[in-house]
Design a protein around this ligand. Structure first.
Ligand code: ATP
Length: 227
């Protein structure tokens, strides 16, 4: 059996606000890694996410929590460029940076949950994203199954792009550097960062929804307590 070269296989890119990172994020990355046979998954915490209000915790804290949560997994890495960049954290710019650094051939795979995928047409230069990377879409409880290209769920323009780019073969991400939309199933986990923040704010326990070192960090730094 030949060892896969982590520098040439498909690189997963998993962006998010991670406010805080939780088990839903970690299982999503782990299952994407296995199902799509990604050589690595790079977590990219947003510094200033464009699609929402300001995060509750500082970018430096969110980055620290992502580092704690991923530290023991050799398949996971953390990309801190968006945290330290000036301006909004646009995924198209991150993918351009990675494409320039890694060359034209290496498959890049942007990993999204179904809710994020549904909102794709609102993203900055969203059509460019498929020129730069594949898009892997995981199911998420509460959102319509991503396999249903139903025009009442997806916007007409995203539905049309799905018709042209969808592949149900996870191996498709190895066959070209970019351009396929690949749905995949993950263990359904109805966990969100909002839920975690709400529990902590209400003085309730968020234990087992996120890794213990992250929970310890939240306690030590008094994050999410109070309004
Ligand atoms: P919030 O509740 O603050 O909106 P969130 O839990 O959705 O946060 P984000 O950091 O916004 O977390 O999400 C980053 C990415 O992870 C998105 O692509 C999102 O779809 C995906 N994701 C988050 N939680 C889950 C989950 N439980 N199952 C599947 N995908 C998820």
């Amino acid at each position: 059996m030949s060892a896969a070269n982590p520098e040439s296989g498909p690189l997963g890119i998993f962006g998010g606000t991670f406010d805080p990172i939780h088990i839903g994020h970690l299982r999503l990355a782990q299952e994407a890694h296995e199902t799509l046979r990604l050589s690595q998954v790079s977590f990219v915490p947003a510094g200033d996410p464009p699609h929402r209000g300001a995060p509750r915790s500082r970018a430096a804290d969110r980055l620290a929590m992502v580092r704690l949560a991923t530290a023991r997994n050799p398949a996971f890495t953390v990309d801190d460029a968006e945290v330290f960049a000036q301006g909004k954290s646009y995924t198209a710019l991150t993918l351009e940076r990675l494409r320039a650094a890694l060359g034209p051939q290496r498959p890049l795979v942007l990993i999204l949950g179904a809710d994020a995928f549904e909102g794709l047409p609102t993203w900055h230069r969203w059509r460019d994203i498929l020129q730069l990377a594949h898009v892997a879409v995981a199911n998420r409880p509460g959102y319509a199954p991503h396999r249903d290209r139903r025009s009442d769920i997806l916007s007409p323009e995203l539905d049309a792009v799905c018709s042209d780019h969808m592949s149900n073969d996870p191996g498709a991400v190895r066959e070209s550097p970019a351009g396929r939309i690949v749905p995949f199933d993950m263990t359904p986990l109805a966990i969100s960062a909002s839920q975690v923040r709400g529990l902590i704010q209400a003085g309730r326990s968020a234990r087992y929804l996120l890794p213990d070192p992250v929970l310890d960090y939240i306690e030590r730094h008094h994050l999410y307590h109070g309004s």
